[in-house]
Structures are given as C-alpha cells and as structure tokens.
Design a protein around this ligand. Sequence first.
Ligand SMILES: NC(=[NH2+])NCCC[C@H](N)C(=O)O
Ligand SMILES: [Mn+2]
Ligand SMILES: [Mn+2]
Length: 300
Amino acid sequence: MKNKMSIIGVPMDLGQSRRGVDMGPSAMRYAGAIEKLQELQIDTYDLGDIPINRPDQNKIENESNLKNLKQVSEGNQKLAEMVDLEIDKGHFPLILGGDHSIAIGSLAGISKHYENLGVIWYDAHGDLNSSETSPSGNIHGMPLAASLGIGNEELTNLYGYAPKIKPENIVIVGARSLDPGEKELIREKGIKVFTMHEIDQMGMSKVMQETIDYLKERTDGIHLSLDLDGLDPSEAPGVGTPVLGGMTYRESHLAMEMLAEADILTSAEFVEVNPILDDKNKTATVAVGLMGSLFGEKLK
Ligand SMILES: NC(=[NH2+])NCCC[C@H](N)C(=O)O
Ligand SMILES: [Mn+2]
Ligand SMILES: [Mn+2]
C-alpha cells in the first residue's frame, strides 16, 4: 500500500432520509481516525470536509423521484475531482462519509486511473437500485448501479464518463437485504455476492480468501466501500438502515486483516456512520478500529 494517505470527509446526508449521517466524518475523526493512521506510520494528510449544499426547502428542484438529486450530484462531482487529484499525487484516498451515495463520486474519481477497477462492497445492501426499481427514492440505495451505468444520467454520467466499473469486477460481501430489482440485476449481470448465508456456511476466512483471489487476477486496483450497516446492528448501531443478522465485529476485523495481508487495496471509504443514532460514538469507534486492521495494525 502507498505510504501517503489523503483523508477526505464528505458530510453528505441527502442520499437518504435520516438526518445526522452528515456528522459521520466528525464522529470518526473524534474517535481517533487520524491518530490511528499516524500511529501506523502512515503519512496522513487530512484534507477536511467537502462543502455540501443544502436543498432549498421552498422549491421542488427535480421532476424525477430521486431525492435531492441536484445536491447529491454536486457534492459527488466535487468529491470526484478531489479524489482524482489525490491519486494523481500518488496518495491513497480514504473517504469518510456521509451516506453511501458518496460512492458515486469516489468511484468516478478513482476509476479514471484504472482499466479494471475492482470493488469490494461490504454492506447489508446491494445499493443496486435505480429510479425505476428503488422503493425509497433514496440515492444511497443506488451508487453501485449508477457506477455500472444504470439509472439516472446525472448520476451515471457524473464526472463525464460511464460506466465506472464492470459487473464482473464487483464482490458484494454481507448482503442480507436485497430488493427484487436488485436481485434481478445481480442475476442478469452475474455479480458475485457473498450473502450472510454464504458467510455462515463457508466462514469469513474462506469468503475473503475467495474475494481476494477472484479480484486479484482480474483487476488493476481495488476499492473497498465499507458501509457500517454491513456489521450487525448490535455492534454498529449508529446507522440509518440497520438490518439484523449482520457480520460480527470479529468477522469484520478478520476481513480487514486479510485485506491488509493481501495488500491489494488502492482506495477505501467508510460510510453511513450516524452519530445521532449511535450509542456513545460506538459505531465510529468500530469504524476506526477496522481502519486499524485494514491498514496494518498487528496484534503482536
Ligand atoms: N447504503 C445504504 N444503507 N443503502 C440502503 C438502501 C435501502 C433500500 N434498498 C433502498 O434502496 O432504499
Ligand atoms: Mn447498507
Ligand atoms: Mn450501502
């Protein structure tokens, strides 16, 4: 892994309907994210937070059913530019969310640098909806589809090109809440998914080994998009869309340790930390602990 890391906060809460996830970057910084990285001898550049415009409450700004489309795409455009620039400098981008809609901007900025960007989507959800299939109109349920070039053009064509990624370069880990349209897309595109069922049956070690082996041979860079709701809500309660039966704290640390060991990541993001819904900043603290394992912290 690169030894220079750029931290980019994205205080975005407009991709879903529960306020507070905009404070995720602060919560993770407060939980010691920067200090943790410095402890690991990583040259850390904290670039602060990207400004996110608030919607004008007095006017309905778009005709589509996508909530806050304008502000979400504006924020993502800025994020894409910033990520792109940091990679140009040779830095590893670590993005702190914010709701998961920010993956649209992250991937837009990252993917320009790779022919075959791999994506590990660590999440209870597939985030493979489009305006046609979304049950909620929340853009945080759409970033993976948008990056595949599916959905509203303002999202799919963000940063001026589409698609950002290929279906065969994605691995979803921890899925347990998939909408009908998402299941159909997974089947149609042959997207690799390890649901909780497979994690229970195979064990996390085997799941991660297969994920690593699968992506290593077909990609030239790998982005980890880690949604804290991938973990069980008993261990990560501060999320807006919790789903029971998730990956444990230990399984998640093992996954991060295996990624560190394989040394395959070229960028990462931690999203959906909502300190308002949290229990004494527990979820942000878990996120920072996972960053430790992901970036090489050793137990002995
Ligand atoms: N990043 C997330 N937490 N996504 C949750 C998405 C929930 C649901 N599938 C939707 O599209 O509305
Ligand atoms: Mn999720
Ligand atoms: Mn998600």
